[in-house]
Design a protein around this ligand. Structure first.
Ligand code: U3P
Length: 152
């Protein structure tokens, strides 16, 4: 290959290596924790027990509460283009779904002991609020009291 062509490929190769070694982005984390596009049905406690484990939320401890949004991922990402909604803290990058979305909420049962994390499932249709960051703008947090500041 001509030297100038290999020079052109170098930045692409560098970007690929950075992408492979870096940990998940905030948007990827959001989708791992909150999006289940393959499952548009109503879900039971077994769904919560399995999904909380499969999506890595029971590794070090049992996550207390988690919502899975049972909608197409593009539809969820598009919420970031809706007009702004109030955040629960001082930041201003929250957006509300224009329609109620089907969600399954998984709440840790009181008698549950790690590593056997047992959840109670609740199926509900509700508007959700997400905070969005980056370009393209993508959801990074579900309505929560945690910091919504975009890091970069
Ligand atoms: N959480 C839900 N559903 C809710 C509210 C909170 O799953 O309706 P995150 O990183 O901001 O998404 O508030 C703490 C965590 O509870 C949230 O974290 C979210 O994962 C979860």
């Amino acid at each position: 290959m001509a030297p100038e062509r290999s020079l052109l490929l170098l930045p692409l190769l560098a970007m690929l290596v950075v992408r492979l070694v870096s940990s998940e982005t905030p948007a990827e984390r959001f989708e791992r924790q909150h999006v289940d596009s393959d499952c548009p049905a109503l879900n039971d406690n077994v769904y919560c027990n399995q999904m909380m484990r499969n999506r890595g939320m029971t590794q070090e401890s049992c996550k207390e509460f988690n919502t899975f949004i049972l909608e197409n991922v593009q539809k969820i990402r598009a919420i970031c283009w809706n007009t702004k909604a109030p955040c629960k803290d001082q930041f201003h990058n929250c957006h509300r779904s224009s329609q109620p979305l089907q969600v399954t909420e998984c709440r840790l049962k009181g008698n549950s002991q790690h590593p056997q994390c047992k959840y109670k499932a609740t199926n509900v249709k509700k508007h959700i609020i997400v905070s969005c960051c980056g370009w393209p703008l993508l959801p990074v947090h579900l309505d929560s009291s945690k910091s919504h500041k975009c890091l970069k």
